[in-house]
Design a protein around this ligand. Structure first.
Ligand SMILES: Cc1cc2nc3c(=O)[nH]c(=O)nc-3n(C[C@H](O)[C@H](O)[C@H](O)COP(=O)(O)O)c2cc1C
Length: 312
């Protein structure tokens, strides 16, 4: 009986009304943008799920494959676990159609599904693994890269190859990423006028002299996340990738200077999206100016160490 009433309630009262009945929150207007962003993705996800569609097959496949992969790596791996995840992976792989079938996600996740299925029939000889790779980069060298990197605010004219920019962006993909969703995406322009216009929309670019050769907007594909529960993850995931790019740029003697986007007005947000053709489901996390440094920058003060060793 209770179930029938619940279904009737669901059918009669639209979802957006039900959500409001469940919990009205009166919040100051500066929360509006944050709430709107979550609601937009939440409703889209909810409607897709109600229509029996899988939300975002590629990211869902990467996430499911990642969960199975972790299990398959366990030293004590044994059959009989993760059946639900395996069927979600299978379903999502099937949903990826056409040319997308050749994508690395499909190849990788199919391999994992195959190993999982082999395990269930006792055919997987040993846990998934690989030998530990010695990076052959010693601590001193890496620390020197980290320590000498600066936010460059003076750029000189000159040619910057697309290949170098690709290298900087490739580095962003090699950072840890929650559930291996790889939701980071970058929108790039090397066109002089466009770079100028994009920089003009960033309040934090006022300290920049000369013109950097490229403008990058680092974004996160919100479709990959369960919002609002995972609200902190798009920023966290993107930031880890961006830091890789910042260091990669420095290793190439380039400056990649971050430009805060959290102060952007709605008009600035709209204009930047128009210029770089950024679809609404990509959240702009941070922007950056990339170019040839004319000069370095003095080392800003580092705070007195705050480190708490807890013993006992
Ligand atoms: C999230 C974030 C936002 C930033 N926004 C700006 C900005 O808008 N403009 C700018 O000139 N620098 C910006 N920076 C660079 C910081 O000012 C800089 O990293 C900091 O002062 C330390 O200096 P360093 O990068 O040379 O070590 C930003 C850095 C971060 C991490």
């Amino acid at each position: 009986m209770k179930k029938i009433f619940r279904e009737l309630y669901r059918l009669i009262i639209p979802f957006w009304v039900r959500r409001r009945i469940r919990g009205i929150v009166i919040a100051p207007s500066f929360y509006k943008r944050m709430i709107d962003e979550c609601e937009e993705v939440y409703y889209a996800r909810y409607s897709a799920e109600r229509a029996g569609k899988t939300w975002w097959p590629e990211a869902e496949a990467r996430k499911a494959a990642h969960i199975l992969d972790k299990g398959l790596q366990r030293d004590d791996v044994s059959p009989g676990h993760g059946a639900q995840i395996a069927s979600s992976l299978e379903r999502n792989i099937k949903l990826i159609g056409g040319e997308d079938k050749k994508k690395t996600t499909v190849v990788w996740s199919s391999e994992i599904l195959e190993d999982y299925n082999q395990l269930q029939i006792g055919q997987l000889a040993q846990p998934r693994g690989a030998s530990f790779v010695n990076p052959e980069v010693d601590y001193e060298l890496l620390f020197r890269l980290q320590e000498t990197r600066r936010s460059i605010r003076s750029f000189k004219k000159g040619a910057l190859s697309r290949e170098s920019i690709e290298k900087v962006l490739d580095a962003s993909l090699h950072a840890p990423h929650s559930c291996n969703r790889q939701a980071i995406a970058s929108f790039v322009s090397m066109e002089e006028n466009m770079v100028k216009k994009c920089l003009g929309l960033n309040n934090g670019a006022t300290g920049i002299s000369g013109q950097p050769q490229a403008f990058i907007s680092f974004c996160s594909d919100l479709r990959c996340y369960d919002l609002p529960k995972e609200q902190s993850l798009p920023t966290l995931d993107t930031a880890l990738g961006v830091q890789n790019s910042v260091l990669a740029a420095h290793s190439l003697s380039l400056g990649l200077t971050l430009l805060n986007w959290s102060h952007a007005t709605p008009a600035q947000e709209r204009n930047l999206r128009d210029l770089l053709k950024i679809p609404p489901y990509y959240k702009i996390i941070i922007n950056a100016a990339l170019g040839l440094p004319r000069k370095g920058a003095p080392v800003p003060v580092k705070k007195t160490e705050e480190r708490f060793w807890v013993e006992g």
